[in-house]
Design a protein. Sequence first.
Length: 336
Amino acid sequence: MTILRPDATTTFGGVTVNEYLLTKHNPNHIDMPSVSMAGKIIGVTVHNTDWITVASGTTPAEQYTRATINNNMKDVRVHYYVDNICAWQNLPHSLSGWHAADGSGNGNRRTIAIECIMSSAYNSVDKKSEDNAAKLAAALLKQYGLDINHLYTHTHWLNVRDGRNGTIDQLNTMYNRYKMCPAYILPHWAEFKKKVQSYLNAGTSTISAPSAKQLYRVRKSWADAKSQLGAYSSLENAKKVCKVGYSVFDANGNVVYTNGSQFTKGQKVAIRANTPLFASAETTSVTRRISGTYYLYDGIACKNGRYRITTKPEFCGKAPVRRFVTGYVSWDNFNQ
């Protein structure tokens, strides 16, 4: 029997997941992230946190959840804690976390965080925690249509933050003096990836709650059922009818897409401090960090929710593009 009472308990990818969202349970008014990841998730980030001894009737994952609620985890906010028994979900997938130490970079703002609870002993309990983390990671990748190349380490985002270059796996494992994380998995990261891939191949990453068909609902908000435009088994069909101001929700009420086309050519936007600027719509390498007033070059939403910006209104739409476009910025960094 748990100490906390989860709002829901399901089996996801073969892992028991207890949902206890801080957005619903925050009696101590701890600081919380506020940036949406709706429609912008690019991967899963794996962390390690240390094994702890807990009282009978609870597990380390629940204890870390309780510690977060009690404001004993400082400014760490993750989506999942997972141990050898189960996982506890602390944040909805539609909300960014604080876990990658990259500020408003893609680690915090665009990946789902898994904290795998282990020790340096790497005993049978640790290996079971790691196995549960692999199953959970595979389930999340599959849910968002992502492959193994979207599996990241905490250290990956530190290296991106620090301007390092390399392949995804080079950045995943490259030494960073700030932190090497997940500390207990990194020494055999290639084997861990193979395990995640095996679960992807085996098709274990499905939600084995009631066997109802997944439906994607198009609404203004999950609570506003009257605003629903339709329910679709195909995510792409749901996106096609999603009007400005509406979002697509999965069966659990998580936002998986938001229509971000409310921006127009020449629109003045105030960009938050320390915002990452990208050279293209797809790259994960940050060119530099910016803030202040800019203008939307053409108001067209590109991949990953990014828009082209420029420094003066008279530059909007002018050619050549390379001369007048400053770079690409994710729309969630605009102060509306």
